[in-house]
Design a protein around this ligand. Structure first.
Ligand SMILES: C[S@@+](CC[C@H](N)C(=O)[O-])C[C@H]1O[C@@H](n2cnc3c(N)ncnc32)[C@H](O)[C@@H]1O
Length: 179
């Protein structure tokens, strides 16, 4: 089954900032110079704040399976003169080396694909020892094979540091395994 692609215009909706502040969500995790991933970045609602937070010594890998979203993101990056973001059209994270990432954000992506186990494994694989990931899902309709219940979502991961559940969302903070 195909990934669910949300039109870039919806994800870039200007009022979104009023009820979802990317800096408030990212600041506890991201420092200058970090190597970070925006998994399922869409048109970049989180990618651009990530690029400012890591600064010019840092790097952001922005990955989405939708070529259309990546194109919209690339034109925003060009307009803003941002050059610490590398964009990838991909359904997986196989191209990222193991234990290389300080922070990974996967915001409402695992609920848009059937690749739940594969992506959960990849997210944990790429984290540095002590690196962090914030992974969220929207709780969806049971009839859609892409959707997950909170219990199914939590059971995908082995290194959960914290987890939570609200009416519409479930989230986990993962910690890269210290060898
Ligand atoms: C609900 S949107 C969230 C976008 C972005 N994280 C945000 O919060 O603005 C989900 C995104 O995940 C992307 N996506 C779905 N399946 C994916 C996969 N297997 N790999 C990478 N991206 C995927 C979709 O194209 C879409 O842009």
């Amino acid at each position: 089954m195909e990934d669910r692609h949300i039109p870039p215009i919806i994800l870039s909706f200007p009022l979104r900032r009023f009820f979802e502040n990317p800096y408030k969500i990212l600041t506890p995790f991201v420092r200058r110079g970090m190597t970070v991933v925006d998994h399922g970045c869409g048109p970049g609602f989180y990618t651009i704040p990530l690029s400012y937070l890591v600064g010019k010594e840092g790097i952001v890998y922005a990955v989405d399976s939708s070529a259309k979203s990546i194109k919209v993101l690339e034109s925003k990056l060009k307009k803003k003169g941002i050059n610490n973001v590398k964009t990838f059209v991909s359904r997986n994270l196989n191209f990222i080396p193991s234990a290389s990432i300080d922070f990974l954000l996967s915001k409402d992506v695992l609920c848009c694909t059937v690749l739940h186990k594969e992506l959960a494994r990849e997210i944990e694989r790429v984290l540095k020892p002590g690196g962090k990931a914030l992974v969220t899902i929207r709780i969806g309709k049971r009839s859609d094979p892409r959707s997950l219940s909170a219990e199914e979502f939590f059971s995908l991961f082995t290194n959960i540091e914290r987890k939570g559940l609200s009416r519409f969302h479930a989230w986990v903070i993962l910690s890269g395994e210290k060898k």
